[in-house]
Each structure stands twice: as C-alpha cells, then as structure tokens.
Design a protein around this ligand. Sequence first.
Ligand SMILES: [Zn+2]
Length: 392
Amino acid sequence: MLITYKIELKPTNQQAWLIDQQISGSRWAYNLFLDINRQRYECGYHYMNAYEFSKWFNHDYLAANPDDQWIKELYAKSVKQAFIDADTAMKRFFKKLSGYPHWRSFKRGQGSYYFVKNSQQQIIACERHRIKLPKLGWVRLKEYGYIPTDAEHFVIKQGRVKFKAGRYYLTCVIEQADPIQLTLVNDPIGIDLGLKNLAILSNGLVYGNQNKSSRLKKIRKQLRRLQRKLSRQYCALKARKQKEGRSATDLNLAKTQLKVQRLYQRLTNIQIDYQNKLIAIVVRTKPLWVALEDLNVSGMMKNRHLAKAIAQQGFYNFRVRLIAKCQQLGIPVHLTERFEPTSKLCHNCGTKKVSLKLSERTYHCPNCHYTNDRDLNAALNIRDTKNFVLAY
Ligand SMILES: [Zn+2]
C-alpha cells in the first residue's frame, strides 16, 4: 500500500538556496515545455510528448542555447519530471478534463523539486530527525519520528520538496504493508453537515463550527487589514512606477505579501487540524459504516447570503479526507442520494413532514409524536437510509 507523508523541512541557508534553485529550474522547464509546444502548434508541427521533448532538449536545444547550460547543474530527474508534469497537464487539456495549463509562477508558490528511488538497490536514507536528499545531503526534519525509518518495511519511493508561504515542505510516497483490517463491530455513524455546527453525529456528538471562535475571527480580521495594506502598496507602486521606475519599496510589498500568505496558511492549517480530529473521533469507534450526505456544495454556493459561510466550512475537503481515511482502514462509506429528504423524514415511523420549516430546531412528528433535535433526526436518517451509493 502506498501512503503519502507530508512534513516540514528545516534546511540550512545553503540548502534553502539550493532547493530554491532546483524549484525555479523545474518551473522554468515546465514553462519551456508549454511554450515550445505552443510554438510548434502554431507552426503546424506535431505535439512533442515528454519523452521526445526531453531527448530534443538535451541534444538540440541545449546545443543551440548555450546560455541555458546552467540547467545541467540541477538534478536531472527533477527537470525531467517537470516535462512529464507539463505533458500530463497538456494531455488532460486534450481530453477536455481541464483547461489550458497555466504557467507555473513563483508568486503562486508553484514548482517542486522532485526526487525518486532510481533502482532496486538504492535507498533514500531517512532517520528519526533527518532525510538524505540528492544534491542536498542530510536535511533536518521539523517533526521527529513521523516518517517511518525502518527501510526494510517502509520504502520511500519518491517525493517532492515544495516552498509555500515561507516554509519548505516535503511530501514522500512510502510503500508499506497494508494495515491489519479492523474488525468493525460498533454502531454505524451518520454525519449531518451544517452551518450552525460543522457536524452532528448520529450518536449525539455535536461538533461545532470553528469559524465562530474568537481565535479564527481574530485571524480573519488581521487578514482583512493586511490585504487592505497590500492593495494600498500595489496602488502606490503603480503610481510611482509611472514616474521613476523601480524603488526599494517593492521589497516592503513583498513582505506584506508573505504575511498575507502565512495567514492564509494558518487558517488552512487550523481547519485541517480541526477536521482531522473529527475524522479521528469517527474512525476510532470502529463503526460498521459511515454515512454522509452527498451535498451539492456548488449549488449551495449560489446562495450569496450563505456562500461565504459555506466556503469557510470546507465541506468538500472534509469529505475527501474522511473518505480517504475510511478507505485506508476498510470502513465502508455510504453517500446518501442527493434528493433524499433526510431532515423531513421521521426517524421513528418514516412519515415525511412536508411542512417542516427551517426555523424549527426540534423535530416533532405529527403522526407518532416522536420528538428529537432536528439535526440529530437528520443524522439518524442519513445513517439508516437505503438510498445510498458507496463512496469507493
Ligand atoms: Zn413519526
């Protein structure tokens, strides 16, 4: 089984400089691939795939452009992977799976330094606190013991180093033995996602909306202020450029930009952590199955009064992560059909209460006088419904 680990690196200044070099090199290679193929298309030549391109690049292009010889200094596998990535992006475009690929930009923190286990014998060495990467040597990790170091049972196959919001991250794919199948014995769990609370579980657990916490409100306020500052700096720069050209204040703008990026990253980190904790609670009970609503998030986003609140909840990411975790552990995930009236049905007798209003927080059944919390009733219905599809 292949599992991806993500961890922050603590490179020395020298190493950071080298990583930057590798990343910008592969970014350049990616953009070159797109550029050349577009030019070829305009002149009526056939499309070059990554393999052909790499051959042409090494023989013809570098001979004709001696100024670009510096790319030879970089780790060759990483450069080649950039061609493959660009090739994949173009092929997705040809199949109409996605739009025309954008250039990789420094500003968006794109591009990565790729490394791979080349042969059977080679081992990418990793210890509790450090990992050995090509061209860099031993690089320190920020979290000790997270990446398994037993090289016999945990084989590091490949990985990437990325730079995001002022930090270096390593992701690596590790081949390891399948985890022992859990014996699932306990009650299944239905999850009702919402805005007031992030999730209500059918066992009665209420998991609040963290966006309402003062901690997140404070960060969002900070962010709004910084973005105002950034936009002011942009305007000022634009006005000045027309007069005299570049000035030292460009650097101040970059500083603000980094601060904004770091705050965004912090918000994401808090959200991921919060959701992971909920997933851990769900999974740890070893339920027979987990049931989720198949929410139509993009449809809900059309309501402009709620769009922001919905976007901040991150339902889609939560679902992706929950499904991935359950798949890893072998827990089935039921996705309730989209138009199943889960909140209107009575969980006790199955009557559909058409007149249910949004403002009614407790569900009271006119038929059998069953009374329960509205969301809990919905969670129970999601758990027990027969109209579902399996998520994987
Ligand atoms: Zn009833």
